[in-house]
Structure formats: C-alpha cells, structure tokens
Write a new protein. Structure first.
Length: 134
C-alpha cells in the first residue's frame, strides 16, 4: 500500500488529472480495500480464538454455571467449526490433516474440566463445609 501511495504522489507533483495519477489512485484504493479486508479477517479469527479459549473453563463464562466435559466438548466442536467457517470465508487454504488432529484431541482437552472438578471435590471433602456451601 505504501508503494502505491508513493506512486500516486509522484504524478501529483506534475499533473493530478493525468492517467498515471488516476491509475495510482486506483491502486491505492485497491490496496486500502485489501488491507481492510485482511484486518476484518484477522479480527474475526482473533474473536474465534478468544471464544475458543473461554470455552475451556470449568464454569460457563456467560452465567457461571458449572460445566461437564461433555458440555465443554460440544462447545469446543462448535468453536472449531466456526474457525473452519471463518477460514473458508477468508478463502484460506484448507488444512484437513490439521483439523482432523485438532478434532481428535477435543475429548481429551474437554476431560480436563472433569479432572478439575474432581480436584475441587477432593479438596472440599477435607474441609468442614456444609453440602449447601459446596
């Protein structure tokens, strides 16, 4: 984009109505549109990654309700599908082997939530806390 802007500035000194100026202006506008497109893609991708990272939590972020590994796994699958859709929309190259690998690991990753809750239960057994407060 910077090179296109430099080309546009050169004819500006000579003649702002010439063909070279119009062509350079067109190139700058095209590059600006491309930059805006990729910034939007990057924003959408980062949003998907942030949502994915918030999904793997023992408590649901939206209402603080406890989650099981089954619930987390379903949400992880939905987020991975959303990332795939984002990549297709951006016309990025498909990576089926990588996506298969990621999808295969989701149950194990989701199981960490149950493991965490087991640790919490174990810790609460030793404390003198009433079941209501547990």
């Amino acid at each position: 984009m910077h090179k296109a802007e430099e080309r546009r500035q050169k004819p500006l000194k000579a003649d702002t109505r010439g063909e070279a100026y119009r062509e350079a202006t067109h190139q700058v506008e095209a590059k600006q549109a491309e930059v805006m497109r990729w910034e939007a893609i990057q924003h959408a991708y980062r949003h998907q990654l942030a949502t994915l990272s918030l999904t793997l939590h023992p408590l649901r972020i939206d209402d603080s309700a406890p989650q099981t590994s089954t619930q987390v796994e379903a949400r992880l699958h939905a987020q991975v599908e959303a990332i795939e859709a984002c990549a297709r929309t951006a016309q990025l190259p498909e990576r089926p082997a990588a996506m298969t690998k990621v999808t295969r690991q989701l149950p194990d990753v989701a199981a960490l939530v149950d493991f965490w809750w087991q640790g919490v239960q174990r810790d609460l057994e030793h404390a003198a806390i009433s079941p209501l407060w547990q």
